[in-house]
Design a protein around this ligand. Structure first.
Ligand SMILES: *[C@@H]1O[C@H](CO)[C@@H](O)[C@H](O)[C@H]1NC(C)=O
Ligand SMILES: *[C@@H]1O[C@H](CO)[C@@H](O)[C@H](O)[C@H]1NC(C)=O
Ligand SMILES: *[C@@H]1O[C@H](CO)[C@@H](O)[C@H](O)[C@H]1NC(C)=O
Ligand SMILES: *[C@@H]1O[C@H](CO)[C@@H](O)[C@H](O)[C@H]1NC(C)=O
Ligand SMILES: *[C@@H]1O[C@H](CO)[C@@H](O)[C@H](O)[C@H]1NC(C)=O
Ligand SMILES: *[C@@H]1O[C@H](CO)[C@@H](O)[C@H](O)[C@H]1NC(C)=O
Ligand SMILES: *[C@@H]1O[C@H](CO)[C@@H](O)[C@H](O)[C@H]1NC(C)=O
Ligand SMILES: [Zn+2]
Length: 915
């Protein structure tokens, strides 16, 4: 198969393709039309598409299961099972009614418990287009803090369930991210490659919205990749008029207080004329800021429709009375609709649409309300989610390579499903984003831990099958706090290292041990260079300053200022580049909301420093140097709550900064947002670069947005952008790239500088609903959470920098999995691949699909033009890929693997001329 410069998914072997029709009212597949089950519209009137919907968070104030059951209604009244029960009943009462459902994590929980009768009924509703799935991922993912690989997995999981359960009529045609707090370009690119015809969302910067309203550009064409040939990554994008709420005065849920339609003239308070008048006024006003004679209104909100009768009874009346006015000359036609029916009308309008090529970050809903804090909120959960993604990919790969015995072998029954579900739930926009209540964050972490336990059994079975040894394996899960009981208590042990990347990597393995001298040999018995060093514990005594030397190993040279102990310079010895580089730690004083400009405090969502100048934590660092033949380290202590190890490995081209931050002190009653800042001699002219969901790179400019003239009101927070795996600054000759180990927020506020927010601890809630200050503690750290992480720094020439940072970022995302065994046995070396893949090709997914087929995703990981060598198209021979699998056939799918590639026919949209 030829893999061009996009992501592609392949399922093996080929299944028979049958043309399928959707139910009675269905639409033939493969034609460029929408569902024929849409209600008729009136070409000469203003058509108002009323879309009944519910927004069901996959965990936020309550856990996902509490929301499903309607448990803990004392926290928030919400029960998804009742919503689905009630909506199905109400849809049956009137065939005109419509409903859309979004979050497959909930729908799956409900479907499992339904009788054959109910299932039949629901299938009919789906076939007839009365119940329509939109988006359809396991959850509605966050867009700022997620990595594309985990997003694709969670979408695949939800969409596959829908296809398995409902066939093509269950395939969502519209992506629907009504709540996420800003929108990533890579998400739009993925949605296009998943076959969606359009995308709707609710939140964007308030300045951007007002400009778009005036220009009638709330509906646009998003060109979401500069590598894919248009229209491959083109996505029609619509901005909803009221976020995702109904217009004011028209909320008829049991949770709302708006008056019902009182239409019996014999009773008191008859209000039909008033309701119709208000509705017509709202519709006509809304029509002025959209382009066609069709407008959409979202009739629902968070966890609404638990008693769907209230909504539907009033909507039935609204439609009847509004349309009744047409006899008297009214020009407004209201109808039950869905996003895909609305989209179909926009498509029929055959207009041209404004083109957008940047993204929708950062999101501000007012001048001092920048939603850029959550880029970093809950850094430990963000890291755990990232490692879990790596573990899941290892688990998936070993399930395929080990065969069926992996799921049921010498160590018992294991599975990858538990981890897949836990990871899918963790992508939700109140999960990895860090905007949930503490008990809900704990629930996400518990699910991931449970998933990994099931995977460990699978991995042990698989390795037993591949190596022929059934020695028990211990997984070193706590290496980030230097704990691995087995290696600490054994004088002799063996360690397996599994690399989930499709090419060899050089990765330093560090294990806590008890002795002072060890002999290490590799799989072939050859001796390996190794050093035993004293570990840096999390709460260290302050050590005395020792004289510094410069760190130099094969590829890099790092200098320190002898007076301050701070990093002062970095050289790449291969390219003969040197820059001045100082690095230090600072904290922003979080606003408490007590401020004349605005009462907005910093919180889980919002970043609002009280001043744009951060406080330095210490001007000097106490240091200690460790130099061995395999590594050199400078250990720096800045304060009792900030320390760092600057580490250089013999064969690494990147400098490692291992930071430990916490517990952030709050005895001064000030919330703190801790950053590390790199100040370099690079001439950046206000530009910097961040990745989008870990994939393509976007250019950023200080106090600037590419699509409107920005009035900057938050000089720091308004310049923050999400960093998922890397960010860089550059000039003509030097590029400094920082690779992160989790999603974080960052910016370049001064020329030559790049800052990354590492940790935050806040004392006030930021009034976006979570109703808790972000004030994390844990059993291990009752005084306040301590977090440790790594940044990798590389210095390159700009034309070749991508060749270095792409693989570096993939290595940081997919780290090797370590397990150790107390029984010493020379272990086998094994590779699932016949040969390493070319540098441009990333093995994104290898996972069991069904009994005899696997899902394989190969990705061209370079952007067009970013690398002379690696941006070119590559060819991969599937037949010669795997060492243990014989390929009998292959067929190509869309990115989310819920549609065969040759059936993928998306709406075509025309950008405005000159674009
Ligand atoms: C239509 O207009 C007539 C005459 O003004 C009025 O009597 C009637 O009530 C109106 N009908 C509606 C549905 O408003
Ligand atoms: C859409 O508009 C274009 C240009 O105005 C026109 O050439 C084309 O025929 C129209 N298509 C349809 C289906 O009306
Ligand atoms: C480390 O070694 C010492 C001396 O051999 C022993 O007493 C101690 O229990 C060991 N520690 C661990 C964690 O095994
Ligand atoms: C920190 O910010 C608070 C308001 O949020 C302010 O009252 C306090 O004076 C500031 N402290 C310092 C040291 O700047
Ligand atoms: C933050 O957490 C600490 C430790 O649990 C607690 O003592 C303090 O009261 C909390 N502060 C707020 C504002 O929640
Ligand atoms: C270490 O990793 C675990 C998850 O594996 C996480 O819960 C914990 O917070 C991390 N500890 C530090 C100090 O970062
Ligand atoms: C979707 O489901 C249909 C009906 O069950 C099946 O024929 C088709 O192959 C499935 N599509 C994919 C991509 O799995
Ligand atoms: Zn939400």
């Amino acid at each position: 198969g030829l893999i061009s410069s996009n992501m592609a998914a392949v399922s093996l072997p080929l299944a028979a393709l049958l043309p399928l029709l959707c139910g009675v009212l269905g639409f033939p597949l493969g034609q460029e039309t929408g569902p024929t089950s849409c209600h008729a519209t009136k070409p000469n009137l203003l058509n108002v598409h009323l879309v009944p919907h519910t927004h069901d968070d996959v965990g936020w104030l309550k856990t996902v299961d509490q929301y499903y059951y309607g448990d803990r209604n004392d926290i928030q009244h919400a029960g998804v099972q009742y919503i689905l029960d009630s909506v199905v009943d109400q849809l049956l009462k009137n065939p005109d009614r419509r409903f859309i459902y979004v979050e497959t994590a909930f729908f799956y929980r409900w479907w499992k418990r339904q009788s054959a009768d109910v299932r039949r009924t629901v299938r009919r509703l789906v076939d007839e287009g009365r119940l329509e799935f939109v988006n359809g991922g396991w959850c509605m993912s966050d867009e700022a803090t997620t990595h594309y690989s985990a997003v694709i997995d969670q979408m695949t999981m939800g969409l596959r369930f829908l296809n398995d359960t409902f066939g093509p009529c269950g395939r969502p045609r519209v992506a629907w991210h009504i709540d996420p707090f800003g929108h990533a370009r890579e998400h739009a690119s993925m949605f296009a490659q998943m076959g969606y015809d359009g995308f709707f969302f609710g939140r964007l910067d308030y300045q951007d919205r007002s400009r778009r309203r005036i220009a009638r550009e709330q509906e646009l064409l998003w060109r979401a990749s500069d590598s894919l040939t248009p229209p491959m990554a083109d996505l029609f994008t619509g901005i909803l008029p009221n976020g995702y709420n109904p217009p004011e005065g028209f909320c008829w849920d049991q949770s709302c207080d708006d008056p019902p339609i009182r239409d019996d003239p014999d009773l008191e308070d008859y209000n039909v004329d008033d309701v119709v008048k208000r509705f017509l006024a709202i519709a006509n006003t809304q029509a002025k800021v959209y382009k066609t004679n069709h407008i959409i209104m979202t009739m629902g909100s968070d966890f609404q429709y638990e008693n769907a009768n209230l909504w539907y009874k009033n909507l039935d009346k609204l439609i009847r009375y509004v349309n009744g006015r047409q006899a008297n000359g009214s020009r407004v036609h209201a109808l039950y609709s869905t996003p895909s029916c609305y989209l179909q009308e926009l498509h029929r309008a055959n207009l041209t649409w404004a083109l957008k090529t940047d993204d929708f970050f950062p999101y501000a809903d007012d001048a001092h309300d920048l939603w850029t804090g959550y880029f970093t909120s809950r850094p430990a959960l963000k890291r755990y989610e990232r490692i879990s993604n790596g573990n899941l990919q290892t688990c998936n790969q070993l399930e395929v390579l080990g065969g069926p015995i992996s799921r049921n072998g010498p160590f018992g029954k294991g599975d990858s499903q538990t981890m897949k579900k836990a990871m899918a739930v963790a992508q939700h926009h109140d999960a990895v984003s860090g905007t949930e209540k503490q008990h809900v964050a704990d629930d996400y972490a518990r699910r991931l831990a449970g998933g990994w336990l099931r995977c460990q059994v699978l991995v042990s079975n698989s390795l037993a099958a591949l190596s022929g040894s059934t020695a028990e394996r211990i997984y070193c899960d706590k290496l980030n706090v230097s704990v691995c009981p087995l290696t600490e208590s054994s004088s002799k042990f063996s360690v397996n290292v599994y690399n989930p990347l499709a090419r060899p990597v050089s990765w330093p393995v560090r294990l806590p041990v008890n002795g002072t001298s060890y002999k290490v040999s590799d799989a072939e018995g050859r001796s390996v260079d190794c050093q035993v060093c004293v570990c840096v514990c999390v709460c260290c005594p302050l050590l005395k300053t020792v004289c510094l030397c410069v760190l130099v190993l094969q590829f890099l040279r790092v200098t320190f200022d002898p007076d301050t102990g701070l990093l002062s310079g970095l050289s790449n010895l291969e390219t003969k580049q040197t820059i001045k580089l100082t690095q230090n730690f600072y904290w922003y004083n979080a606003s408490d909301g007590n401020n004349s400009k605005s009462d907005q405090p910093s919180g889980a969502y919002i970043f609002r420093p009280n001043s744009s100048t951060p406080f330095v934590i210490s001007r000097t660092a106490k240091t200690e140097t460790v130099q061995t033949s395999v590594l050199q380290e400078v250990r720096q202590w800045f304060s009792p709550w900030v320390s760092q190890v600057v580490r250089l490995h013999g064969d690494s081209r990147a400098l490692e900064l291992e930071w430990t931050v916490g517990p952030l002190p709050i005895d001064d009653d000030l919330g703190k947002e801790v950053i590390t800042r790199l100040d370099s001699s690079i001439q950046t002219a206000e530009y910097f670069y961040t990745d989008s969901n870990g994939r393509e790179i976007l250019q950023r400019k200080k106090d600037f947005r590419p699509t409107w003239i920005l009035r900057q009101s938050e000089p720091v927070a308004g310049n923050y952008y999400p960093i998922n795996s890397r960010a860089f600054i550059k000039d003509e000759v030097d590029q400094l790239t920082v690779v992160t180990d989790r999603s974080q927020g960052g910016s370049s506020i001064q020329n030559g500088s790049l800052e990354i927010m590492l940790h935050r601890r806040l004392l006030y809630d930021d009034v976006r609903g979570v109703a808790e200050p972000l004030n994390e503690t844990s059993a291990l750290f009752p005084e306040g959470l301590v977090v440790r992480g790594r940044l990798l720094l590389s210095l390159d020439r700009p034309p070749t920098a991508a060749d270095a940072h792409r693989p570096l970022a993939q290595q940081a995302v997919l780290q090797p999995t370590l397990d150790s065994s107390g029984r010493w046995s020379p272990c086998l070396q094994f590779s699932g691949l016949q040969a390493a893949l070319p540098p441009a090709v990333h093995l994104l997914t290898l996972t069991q699909w069904d009994e005899d087929s696997v899902l394989l995703r190969l990705e061209h990981q370079f952007q067009s033009r970013e690398s002379k060598e690696n941006s070119r198209p590559v060819t991969v021979n599937l037949q010669k890929l795997f060492s243990t699998l014989e390929i009998l056939g292959a067929s190509e799918l869309n990115l989310s693997a819920n549609q065969w590639k040759d059936e993928m026919k998306r709406f075509h949209w025309t950008p405005q001329t000159g674009m």
